[in-house]
Design a protein around this ligand. Structure first.
Ligand code: B3K
Ligand code: ZN
Length: 874
């Protein structure tokens, strides 16, 4: 049980120590051959200070061939589980280590592995140790040179980081390429790719006039799907110059798309490796959502070149230093290029849904974790999305100009080095003069803070008060909580919807209130009437807000709030109230009833000719069942499902004939990827859903017609989703047609797998199992797994949580298999099993039984061990 003993070794943030040795440069030589690849690593080492400590290198799954020191065979070493320890090294030396690895047998997709015919790497967080013995930690910054040799016909392209400095032919039909990366980097940014590709080429001239070659490598035959990724890359480079003043630093930027990839993409210096899902798109294969995703991820990885690569993390506990900041940057990029309101809404959906659920579960951790067993488990919504919210709050507190001054100071101080989260906050504080003392607690405190606000109006004096109480409930990792610095953005409206200026005793008050204490009161005068407050505008902090709004006040905000986000948010609160009320009624055997106010407010939205159809679609799209479950201490899964369905039906009846009129008005000529058209298609999809709730027979005809006449994947899929979600008569026929058309293309077929996994019917598990036998499905491909099993376990609440436990059993059986094949992907898919806090006692017992089965598994990987043991400790 070697894995389990490893599993027990947690690492603590407090234990950070500078390394005993530095590595200034490393020359790598890869001889790619089947089945074994020979790796020679020549490192120039330098002792850090005076000491007699041995050098401990990390290494996993390596076959050690030889070690020599300064050219002489070396024997003073010890091989341990995951390590190689070398004794009595001189203060400076050149260490040569030769190892063999077997990339074709690497199904964990970490280190060097094969994706189809191509070789590729994934080193973050700790994958480099699967390539060679090395100090695999991010504070070791070395200059890399990489020589790759391989068969020339099968692997015409041999790629690595930096600039190509030599290439040539070798005996036996082989060739080599030599790369040199001038920028010192941590091992997690190393990359290598070898294969045969089609290449999309372009270039970018930086603001200082340097010409950068841009190359996107895709599987042969996919060149017609690479154009949008290239456009997004160019947009990213331009945007980062314009908004952040940051310029690219190498002569070449390469992106390679591969089919087997554990996550979205990886920012390796000069050579990004991408999940093909975030590169390939054309109107026939990709939805509008896919296009958005590509723009976002291409941007994200590009922005890492400065926030991540030029300034990297001192240790992995600091991950949010690069991830929270880079998510913030990619969100700003998407918002500057597209609709700010719609982007904000979707980002907030992620925080309020899955991130809040993470806070409430056994994996709760601060954005800068304190203790980690398996680092890959901490690429979380908390580190990324909440991390980005923390950066956004600083941006709100400082304003754009001071924030950018902070960024400049941060680069001035830390460019070319490994930094900490504290370093970042310090730069922001020093550049702006804004006190971020209490704000720093956001980095050390986990959980979702709750703001409870009450108000008070005195008509005689015209004084309006907001009483704000903050409280963070305990989380599994941290029982005690302290008050935080919470920026609370507000606006007040009079009965006509006009804004009331915020002031007190003749002084204007800004929109952002600084909530610092457990209880605080904010006072405003010259308030002529009792106002309707718009609170936590733009989700100015990642908190839960409690304010006792009436339906009327929320309907008022849906109409009058000046900010798009606030209008959507009011609609969400109105629906949430209705769901809470509806579930209580259903549990008492009563019918769901919606207020006239709610119905009228939504009817007005549908009828509003001035509203951006994209925002309209966001307001009309009801929150998902998993997000609604977060409203309850004990979530009644079946009741939530029923109430949500009935709300949709009641709204549809209220809309009546306007639905069809709206639907017909949204037909478009030829497909274009522009906001105006994407907005209309989004609304059309939502309206089609309401039509199906209203009249399944009429909807069946509309869906068939939309499916057969669609000239793009967005409309096609919208039709299929409605057929599937409402179990229309055409469902089986259309799904079969789609499967037949796209059986050969895994990426597109993923849409079909998602439909199968989310079928809202009791026989779904049978269909899921059948789909697993599809020739294009493979348990080794993370995209296929996530599409089919992820949709079943994460978005098919009623069926996954079936009271007979079949859903839990199915997922556990699969996780047991995946534990061997790909622990990282297993550890992602387990999420719905460990977040069982809100389930009823019966379901909880079933889940615990499955988790216990996993806990008792021989050879349980660290990844699952960490989550399973925490979940069972609940
Ligand atoms: N930095 C990578 C994520 C690596 C995940 C390792 N398990 C992609 C990104 O966030 O940009
Ligand atoms: Zn990232």
């Amino acid at each position: 049980m070697t894995d389990l003993s490893q599993a027990m070794t947690a690492k603590y943030r407090q234990d950070y120590r500078a390394p005993f040795y530095w590595c200034d440069s490393i020359d790598l030589d890869f001889q790619l051959q089947e089945p074994l690849t020979r790796v020679t690593a020549i490192s120039r080492l330098r002792r850090n200070g005076a000491h007699n400590e041995p050098l401990v290198l990390d290494g996993e799954g390596l076959d050690l061939v030889s070690i020599s020191l300064d050219g002489v065979p070396f024997s003073q070493y010890e091989q341990g589980e995951g390590s190689l320890t070398l004794f009595n090294l001189p203060a400076e030396c050149v260490l040569t280590i030769v190892t063999d690895i077997n990339p074709a047998a690497n199904t964990a997709l970490e280190g060097l592995y094969k994706s189809g015919e191509a070789y590729c790497t994934q080193c973050e967080a700790e994958g480099f140790r699967r390539i060679t013995y090395y100090m695999d930690r991010p504070d070791i910054l070395a200059r890399y040179s990489t020589r790759i040799s391989a068969d020339k016909t099968r692997y015409p392209y041999l790629l690595s980081n930096g600039n190509k400095v030599a290439s040539g032919d070798l005996d036996g039909g082989r060739h080599f390429v030599q790369w040199q990366d001038p920028f010192p980097k941590p091992s997690y940014l190393f990359a290598l790719v070898a294969g045969d590709f089609d290449v999309e080429r372009n270039h970018f001239v930086t603001k200082s006039g340097r010409q950068v070659a841009l190359e996107i490598f895709v599987d042969k035959g996919n060149l017609d799907r690479a154009g949008f990724a290239m456009e997004s890359l160019i947009n990213s480079m331009r945007w980062d110059e314009q908004r952040f003043g940051l310029e690219y630093d190498l002569d070449i930027y390469m992106i390679v798309a591969v089919d087997f990839f554990n996550m979205g993409a990886m920012e390796n210096k000069g050579l990004n490796i991408f999940n093909s899902k975030f590169v390939l798109a054309n109107p026939a294969t990709a939805t509008d959502g896919d296009y958005h995703g590509i723009e976002r991820v291409i941007g994200h990885e590009y922005f890492h070149n400065w926030t991540g690569n030029r300034v990297t993390c001192r240790d992995w506990f600091q991950l949010s230093l690069k991830e929270g900041l880079t998510v913030f940057r990619d969100q700003e990029f998407s918002s500057d290029l597209g609709s700010r309101g719609v982007n904000r809404i979707n980002n907030v959906r992620t925080v309020r849904g899955p991130q809040f659920a993470e806070d409430a579960g056994p994996m709760a951790h601060p954005i800068r974790p304190d203790v980690v067993i398996e680092m890959n488990n901490f690429y979380t919504l908390t580190v990324y999305e909440k991390g980005s919210e923390v950066i956004r709050m600083m941006h709100t507190l400082l304003g754009e100009d001071a924030f950018q001054a902070g960024m400049r100071l941060y680069f001035e101080r830390h460019d070319g080095s490994a930094a900490t989260c504290d370093d970042f906050v310090q730069a922001m504080e020093d550049a702006s003069g804004v006190d971020l003392g209490r704000f720093r607690r956001w980095y050390s405190q986990s959980g979702t803070p709750e703001l409870t606000v009450t108000d008070e109006y005195d008509a005689d004096s015209g004084v309006y008060r907001l009483h704000v109480r903050q409280h963070t409930p305990p989380t599994q990792d941290q029982p005690q909580k302290l008050p935080l610095h919470i920026p609370l953005d507000i606006e007040l409206y009079d009965e006509q919807g006009a804004v009331i200026a915020l002031q007190y005793e003749g002084e204007a008050i800004g929109n952002v209130l600084d909530v610092l204490e457990a209880q605080q009161t904010f006072e405003f005068d010259q308030v002529p009437v009792k106002p309707v407050p718009s609170l936590l505008r733009d989700f100015s902090a990642p908190v839960k807000l409690h304010f006792d709004y009436s339906d009327e006040a929320l309907a008022f905000l849906m109409r009058h709030a000046r900010n798009e986000f606030a209008r959507w948010d009011a609609a969400q609160m109105l629906i949430n109230k209705a769901v809470i009320d509806g579930v209580a009624r259903v549990q008492q055997g009563q019918e769901v009833a919606l207020s006239r106010t709610l119905l009228a407010a939504f009817e007005d939205i549908l009828a509003d000719g001035a509203l951006d159809p994209a925002l309209k679609a966001e307001i009309l799209a009801l929150p998902g069942e998993a997000t609604l479950a977060e409203l309850f201490d004990v979530a009644d899964i079946d009741a939530i499902h029923r109430v949500r369905g009935e709300i949709q039906r009641a709204l549809a009846e209220g809309f009546g004939a306007a639905l069809l009129t709206c639907y017909e008005s949204l037909r478009l000529p030829a497909y274009r990827v522009v906001h105006e058209d994407m907005a209309k298609r989004a609304l059309k999809g939502v309206v089609l859903g309401y039509l199906a709730a209203l009249d399944p027979v009429q909807a069946d005809a509309l869906v068939r017609e939309q499916y057969s006449s669609a000239d793009n994947m967005t409309d096609t899929l919208a039709a299929l989703q409605v057929a599937n979600g409402h179990l229309l008569a055409c469902r089986a026929e259309l799904l079969a047609d789609f499967e037949g058309k796209w059986a050969h293309d895994g990426l597109v077929l993923d849409n079909w797998l998602r439909l199968v996994g989310s079928k809202p019917a009791a026989d779904v598990l049978g269909e899921v199992k059948q789909a697993m036998a599809h020739p294009t499905f493979s348990i080794r491909n993370p995209n296929r797994l996530r599409a089919l099993v992820g949709s079943f376990a994460m978005s098919n609440q009623v069926q996954f949580h079936a009271v007979d436990g079949s859903g839990y059993r199915f997922l556990t059986d699969l996780l047991i298999e995946l534990n061997e094949v790909n622990p990282q992907v297993a550890s992602r898919l387990i999420t719905p099993l460990i977040q069982f806090k809100r389930l009823d006692e019966g379901r909880k017992a079933l889940v615990r039984a499955e988790l216990t089965r996993l806990a008792n598994l021989d050879g349980l990987a660290r990844d699952l061990f960490e989550k399973v043991s925490k979940a069972l400790a609940q």
